[in-house]
Design a protein around this ligand. Structure first.
Ligand code: SF4
Length: 468
């Protein structure tokens, strides 16, 4: 067993992993040790310097997707120390065994990886949403100080977000693991501190209270969900939580007022910064129509943020609504088989829906799918447009006519557009075909096979065009 000691978090791990992969040192031969001081390979009691090893390492063209590296970086902030071993096992398997490993959602290591990534991203989202600065007046100018207790030691992961957002303020964020100070030009890191050492109330609290009161959405008061999204441990550091009781009490009257004032477009809820992560984090705030409030959650797109090929469906189904990801249920499985046939991995494309919520009606305990109206498609369209603007695909494959309506801005008939590549300007090409859920509903065997064949050839055509 060799011990790999490394410093500098994910960057240090990635540099070490690159050298170890080149030397084909298998995961079971390595023990990872993050010591925060130096990077070295301890091998049979000899300490070997990375630079020496790296310089003479065999050349290896690492064929690991950007998506994996982005996800791995998030996982590197997980509190579980086994993360480094897991990441190396996965990068080893992606390199030497199966480049499409991440599509195997039944694989135990992939499951742990996805669950750790989800946990860190959720924690990061909470840090961005719930960190509250309190003003400390100083002779040399005001300092804004916040205390926060994340589940994972992810201050370095979220600090760039605060650096961008509050670039002109001097601020400090304290957590039990670490602290960071922004002096207007550089981030400085320090040790963690306890809650008692953190800041107490200030003059900003009234302002936060007014702001929170103005954005509070009474139609969404779900106490259970609120407690799980905003666990009580954060409440003491958040001035607006003092208002929750009062706001809940007033909610009936405010729901009526809100319904009357409901905006007609999701554009009112799109954040100014339009990268996919910011858009995804902002989706739960959307109440441009009542579909998300009636669903379990809004479902944002997923996949490669720089994909050349984007697939657009109609809306999430029941399974997608439950787990919060698109194309997961029976239609998602059929789509997966068509993707496999076209040799396309989910990490090569971006997938989303025209409408972000599962529209349904209740029949007893069952929730029955209902097609969104053109008005609902129009209301929700701003989210799809923001995804298109961020990902910038060259080809969009519309799965079904609802997707075509959202992408083309007009109703079309499949018989008029099938087998055609529509050039919609700005170098974007659009192809329209069947939605896999529609194919699953076809009863007649021959008709079903023909529709499936059409979907397969449309996807292959879209793939070829996106590679051209
Ligand atoms: S369905 Fe779309 S427009 Fe309606 S609330 Fe959800 S995200 Fe907003």
């Amino acid at each position: 067993m060799r011990t790999v000691s490394f410093a500098d978090g994910f960057k240090g791990w990635r540099n070490a992993a690159r050298v170890l992969l080149a030397y084909k040192i298998a995961p079971h031969d390595i023990e990872w040790q993050e010591d925060g001081k130096s990077s070295a390979l301890l091998w049979d009691d000899h300490k070997i310097d990375w630079q020496t090893m790296g310089a003479s390492a065999p050349k290896l063209g690492l064929n690991v997707s950007r998506r994996f590296l982005d996800m791995a970086e998030a996982v590197s902030f997980h509190r579980n120390p086994e993360k480094w071993q897991l990441l190396y096992s996965l990068i080893w398997r992606l390199t030497y065994e199966n480049p499409k490993l991440l599509d195997l959602s039944i694989d135990e290591q992939v499951q742990s990886f996805l669950s750790m990534e989800h946990s860190v991203r959720r924690d990061a989202h909470k840090a961005k949403a719930f960190v509250r600065f309190r003003k400390i007046e100083q002779a040399e100018g005001d300092l804004y100080c916040a205390w926060h207790e994340p589940e994972h030691p992810l201050l370095a992961y979220v600090a760039p977000f605060f650096q961008d957002r509050f670039s002109v303020m001097k601020w400090t964020i304290l957590t039990p693991d670490q602290s960071v100070h922004w002096d207007g030009s550089v981030l400085k890191w320090g040790p963690g501190c306890s809650q008692e050492e953190g800041p107490k109330g200030d003059t900003l609290e009234d302002l936060w209270g007014c702001y929170y009161k103005s954005i509070f959405n009474p139609a969404r008061v779900k106490l259970k969900a609120m407690r799980s999204e905003m666990p009580k441990k954060y409440w003491h550091s958040m001035p607006e939580t003092q208002l929750i009781e009062e706001l809940i009490f007033e909610s009936d009257a405010r729901v009526d007022a809100m319904i009357r004032a409901t905006p007609a477009s999701a554009a009112d809820f799109i954040p100014l910064v339009k990268d996919l992560e910011t858009l995804r984090a902002a989706l739960p705030s959307c109440s441009a129509c009542d579909l998300c409030a009636k669903a379990t959650q809004g479902v944002f797109g997923m996949g490669n943020p720089r994909a050349k090929l984007m697939l657009v469906g109609e809306q999430p189904g029941e399974r997608e609504d439950e787990i919060g990801l698109p194309f997961q249920g029976p239609a998602g499985q059929l789509l997966q088989s068509v993707l496999d046939k076209a040799s396309l991995g989910r990490d090569e494309i971006y997938m989303t829906n025209a409408v972000k919520a599962f529209k349904h009606r209740r029949e007893g305990k069952r929730r029955i799918h209902e097609k969104p109206t053109p008005r609902e498609v129009g209301t929700c369209k701003a989210w799809l447009q923001a995804e298109l603007a961020s990902v910038k695909p060259t080809v969009v494959l519309c799965l079904g006519l609802t997707a075509a309506l959202a992408v083309l801005g007009q109703s079309v008939r499949l018989m008029d557009v099938r087998d055609k590549v529509l050039d919609v300007g700005n170098g974007l090409k659009v192809i329209v075909t069947h939605h896999p859920a529609h194919i699953l509903r076809i009863q007649d065997g021959e008709e079903k096979a023909a529709a499936l064949l059409e979907l397969e050839s449309a996807l292959q055509l879209a793939r070829d065009l996106s590679l051209a």
